[in-house]
Design a protein around this ligand. Structure first.
Ligand code: C5P
Length: 225
């Protein structure tokens, strides 16, 4: 099935403390956004739209391959993906939405998401188990409850959708709604979301410590981490 990728790269990255948008911060000498675009293309996505901060278009164009289309993002991730989806066209059967903040995602994860879509899932996310004991705390930080971790999963990107399913879900979503991922958007529209295995290398770079870990991992060949 043909797929278009949308890379959400319009965040400021204030938690990283960098002097530029997070997606332009370098990992092993290349901006995070370039890693994310390469992952999608290597995993089987045919074309890519990158959603960027409006004021930074030129800086993004300078570091991305010519075939990649750039679109201005919005104030929230939800608004940015909405803009990317509007620009993604109607030719592809599937849409994969990926965070620029997950630069080391192996192309295998992309391939697993595409395979699940081709097998009939309307929506699919890569997930990992929760290995720590997980609890709920009250306003004072006191533990009120332990959550059974067996059924819990951490959700990563790229998240894949049949294009019409994602378009309909965003159309049904309130303009002001702010959800943390796209699976939440389709679930709000009543669509079941399937899962495939994620990968620890797809961890999100949020704070400076994450970038230091990613620098170490980037030096390790795929398959050995
Ligand atoms: O802030 P967070 O790390 O959760 O953002 C996840 C992804 O969404 C990042 O790749 C970021 O660039 C993107 N994003 C966006 N538009 C925003 C906020 C975040 O494209 N307004």
């Amino acid at each position: 099935m043909s797929a278009v990728g949308i890379v959400a790269a319009a965040g400021s990255g204030s938690r990283l403390g960098a002097d530029r948008p997070k997606a332009l911060v370098e990992l092993a000498g290349r901006p995070l956004v370039a890693w994310a675009v390469d992952t999608l293309l290597a995993g089987g996505v045919g074309e890519v739209v990158v959603v960027v901060p409006a004021a930074e278009r030129e800086a993004f164009a300078a570091v991305l391959p010519g075939g990649v289309r750039l679109v201005d993002g919005g104030a929230t991730r939800t608004a940015s993906v909405r803009a990317g989806l509007a620009a993604a066209g109607t030719a592809a059967d599937a849409v994969l939405v990926h965070d620029a903040a997950r630069p080391l995602t192996p192309p295998d994860v992309v391939a697993r998401v595409l395979a699940a879509l081709a097998a009939g899932a309307p929506a699919v996310v890569p997930v990992l188990p929760v290995v720590d004991t997980t609890v709920v705390v009250d306003a004072a930080g006191t533990v009120t409850e332990a959550v059974p971790r067996g059924p819990l999963r951490r959700v990563q990107t790229p998240q894949g959708f049949h294009r019409a399913v994602l378009v309909a879900a965003y159309a049904a979503l309130d303009d002001a709604a702010e959800l943390t991922d796209d699976a939440a958007v389709v679930r709000a529209d009543g669509i079941p979301v399937a899962t495939v295995a994620g990968d620890e290398r797809a961890a999100k770079v949020t704070v400076a410590h994450d970038l230091r870990i990613a620098e170490v991992l980037a030096a390790v060949p795929l398959g050995s981490s």
